[in-house]
Structure formats: C-alpha cells, structure tokens
Ligand binder design. Structure first.
Ligand code: SAH
Length: 438
C-alpha cells in the first residue's frame, strides 16, 4: 500500500541541468518531451529504445545509452526518472537516487517518489500545476480539463488582477456599463476593472453568468428584466424599480455597476438611467461596450460596410415597427444600399419581412441572422428576404438575435465558409457556400 505524502510545489529551472531517464518506452517518452521543452540535458538509458525516443536521439536532443542501467550513471545527475516498465528496476533506481539525495520520480509509484509531476495547463502568461499528491491523478486531470475549458475566463481574471490597482469603482457612484454581446473576452478593460471592484451589480437577463462571476462574491447582485417581460406597462414599472434601486444602493455608499448587454446607449435605456441619476444628484459614468450588431458581425465575418457594396449601416429596433404610431420605424427611410442590423426583431420576423418588402426592399436581398452571437451556442442562419419567415420558423430562431439585411450579408455568403444550419435545424454544420447569392 502506498503511503501518500504532502509534496512541496515548486517550478524548476532545468536549463542545461543533467537529468537521467531510466527507460525509453511510452511513459519515459512523455517525460522526455517535457524535459526537452524545459531545455534539460537529458540522458536516457534502456536496452530497448522506442521509435519516438530514437527520433529525439537522431535529432541530437538527448543522449542515449543503449544497455542496462548502472549505479554510476547517477554520477553528476540532478534529477532522475525511474520510468522503465520493470518495477524492480524502478525501485532500485529510486533507492540509489535517494541514497545520493538526488530527487527521483518513479513511474506509477508515488511512495517511491521524492517529487511528482503535476497535471499542467498552460495559457497566455501563466502555467498552472495541479496535484493530488499522487492520490488521484484522474481528479487532477479533471480539474485541468475544467481550467482548459475556462481558459478565456482565466485570462480575463488575470487581466483583472493586473489592472486592479488602476481601475476601481468609486463609492456612491453608478457606472452604466456595457458588457458586450456575451463573450467575456469582449468586455472592455474598464468594464472589467469596475465590475471587479463593484459593491453592487444591477443587471438584466442577457448578461451571462461567466461575466457576472467576475464581480466579487460579496457584491450585491440584483437582476431585473426577465426574458419576455419587457414590453408595455410592465416595462415602465420595471424601469422605475431599476432607477430607485440604483439611487438606493449609491446612497448607501456602494459603488454600483449597472450592467447592460452590448452598449448601454444602444437600445438599452442608458440615456433614461443617466438622466434619472443626474436628476437625483448621483454621480455616474457611462462605460461603452461592444454593441450586439458589431459583435455579431465580427463573429459572422460579416462586413457592416464595404467599399463598393455598402457605405452605411443602420441599427434599428425591430419591435419599434408596425403600428407604434410616431415611434414606429419608417422602413422606407432606411438606405436600401446599406446594411440594416435589426435588434429585437425575432418575435415579429414575419411582419418585418413584409414591411421591408412593402418599403421597397428587393425580395432577393440577402439576410443573415446571428443568434447568441459571440457565445458558445452561436448560430448563423442566412437566406434571402423572400424566404425569411419560412427559414425563421424552420430553424426555430430564438432571441437574442440580430437580423442583418443587405448586400453585405450576401458578401459573407460569397466569400467565407460559415456555420450554418441544416433545414431541420438540429445540428449546426460548417457549410461552404457553393453557389454565391446573386
Ligand atoms: N444594448 C444592447 C441591446 C439590447 S436590446 C446592445 O448594444 O447590444 C436586446 C437585443 O440585442 C436582443 O433582442 C438582440 O437583438 C440583441 N442582442 C444582444 N445580445 C446579442 C447576442 N449575443 N447575439 C445576438 N443578438 C444580441
């Protein structure tokens, strides 16, 4: 039975340090690879050398001794790996190394190790080493996989750590902050710094947990606006409640981040909130964010303007069309030669297709819908205006999504492979547009 110990974690500088590896099979080959990456001076001893290890020897990366291990091979070594498939030999190597006070790692035998190798994850600017002291390598691997899956968030958090001394939310102030379209990498550095130092965060449903988790655990979190409850009288009541909450928390002396998806001044009532705060005498600041149309266009490789194709882009609110009286969007007034990016239009996509057509848009005009843009579940769906209602139903397009209309959506189809959907829309697949749209 192995006795488990608590190991002391260190990172070693192995440049030109002499290391002996006993064994030249698969297990040894993995260790040898890591040692070469660390610029160690590696000697391998084994009667039989695997092709991987042979290759390294041929390249001059390691010294190979073809034959049996001898005790004097430990002379001058600073680190030893007993990595043969012969347990008795590994034990002998381990004992002899320990007698000479040379740190030794013995394959598959933590009790015969004076050092062990952690599970490693490398990201931009960091190396994380995870160990369970040899007790449970599977658990260490699982934790490494978790970190790998959250690599982007780790980098964001590191950036936060680097910037923290410079950016800190002031007490008694409300920051109306744009969180971007959803991917935490697309937060501005200022947004991140403020979020990290906020005492309170007021947000809506579109902000993903990955972003909210960047706020301190002790920060007060208030979520307003559930999906689908944003229209009519309910919307006004909710907006009042948000205003009152911002003022209350700021007056308690808290630094408040009012976090909005995309950009706060774009279909986000940022203006109304700023006006209310100003009236209430609460200091505030607007922090811009990447608006959904810009984030989605980039995610879909869709140019918003392009020389000879589109020299304007209109950001429009799809739910402001129809019979909204003076507030109604005048489709006729929109430049047909440019790109139209329609927010909040998915619920009435059929009506929008009709209204565009009545306003004189050619039914062959290309459209692209980017659903959940910049998020892991992103989908891109495209076609021509005449087929829009049919395709929207078939693909079961859901909010949040941006509907792009114009020749630039067509351009995207011409030039790049994009993620698109099969007509019955259950599996995303990568399609290269064979026939460009006219
Ligand atoms: N202030 C936000 C817009 C809020 S209105 C901004 O600047 O982006 C909400 C609408 O934004 C949604 O109905 C949808 O049309 C769009 N939207 C927000 N996030 C989105 C995303 N990740 N992908 C596609 N559309 C998104």
């Amino acid at each position: 039975m192995d006795k488990f110990k608590d190991f002391f974690p260190v990172f070693l500088d192995l440049e030109d340090i002499r290391v002996l590896v006993v064994g030249a099979g698969q297990v040894a080959a993995r260790k040898i690879g890591g040692l070469i990456d660390a610029s160690a001076a590696v000697t391998v001893v084994a009667p039989k050398i695997s092709p991987d290890v042979e290759q390294r020897a041929a390249k001059g990366e390691i010294t190979v001794i073809r034959g049996k291990y001898q005790s004097d091979m430990l002379d001058g070594m600073s680190l030893v790996f007993a990595a043969s498939s012969n347990k008795a030999l590994n034990r002998r190597v381990s004992n002899e190394a320990r007698k000479r006070c040379i740190p030794v790692n013995t394959a598959d035998s933590p009790s015969e190790c004076t050092f062990i190798l952690p599970a490693v994850i490398r990201g931009e600017g960091f190396t994380a080493a995870i160990s369970t002291g040899g007790k449970n390598p599977g658990a260490a691997r699982a934790l490494r996989e978790f970190l790998e899956a959250h690599r982007a968030e780790v980098s964001v958090r590191m950036e936060r750590g680097r910037r923290r001394p410079q950016i800190a939310a002031r007490k008694g102030t409300v920051y109306i902050v744009g969180a971007g379209p959803g991917n935490p990498d697309l937060l501005t550095v200022r947004a991140l710094g403020l979020l990290r130092s906020a005492d309170a965060v007021i947000h809506d449903y579109l902000i993903p947990e990955e972003i909210l988790s960047l706020a301190p655990n002790k920060a007060v979190r208030v979520c307003f606006a559930k999906r689908g409850r944003t229209a009519g009288h309910g919307a006004a009541t909710k907006q009042d409640a948000i205003h009152r909450m911002m003022v209350k928390l700021a007056k308690e002396g808290k630094s408040v981040v009012r976090l909005k998806s995309g950009d706060p001044m774009m279909f986000g009532r940022g203006g109304e909130e700023a006006a209310f705060l100003s009236h209430a005498g609460i200091p505030f600041e607007i922090v811009p964010g990447i608006t959904a149309a810009v984030g989605c266009a980039a995610a879909a490789n869709l140019p918003l303007t392009q020389r000879g194709l589109s020299s304007s882009v209109t950001l429009a609110a799809g739910h402001e069309a129809g019979d909204k009286g003076e507030d109604a969007l005048d489709w006729k007034a929109l430049p047909k030669s440019g790109t139209i990016a329609i927010y909040m239009g998915i619920a009435r996509v059929e009506a929008i297709a009709r209204e565009l057509s009545e306003a004189g848009f050619d039914k062959e005009t290309a459209f692209a819908i980017v659903e959940n843009g910049t998020r892991p579940e992103q989908r891109i769906i495209r076609g021509r205006l005449k087929d829009l209602p049919k395709i929207a139903v078939k693909t079961n397009v859901c909010s949040p999504a941006i509907l792009f209309v114009g020749r630039t959506a067509q351009q995207m189809a011409k030039t790049i492979p994009i993620l698109s959907m099969t007509p019955d829309c259950d599996k995303p697949k990568c399609l290269k547009a064979k026939k460009p749209f006219r």
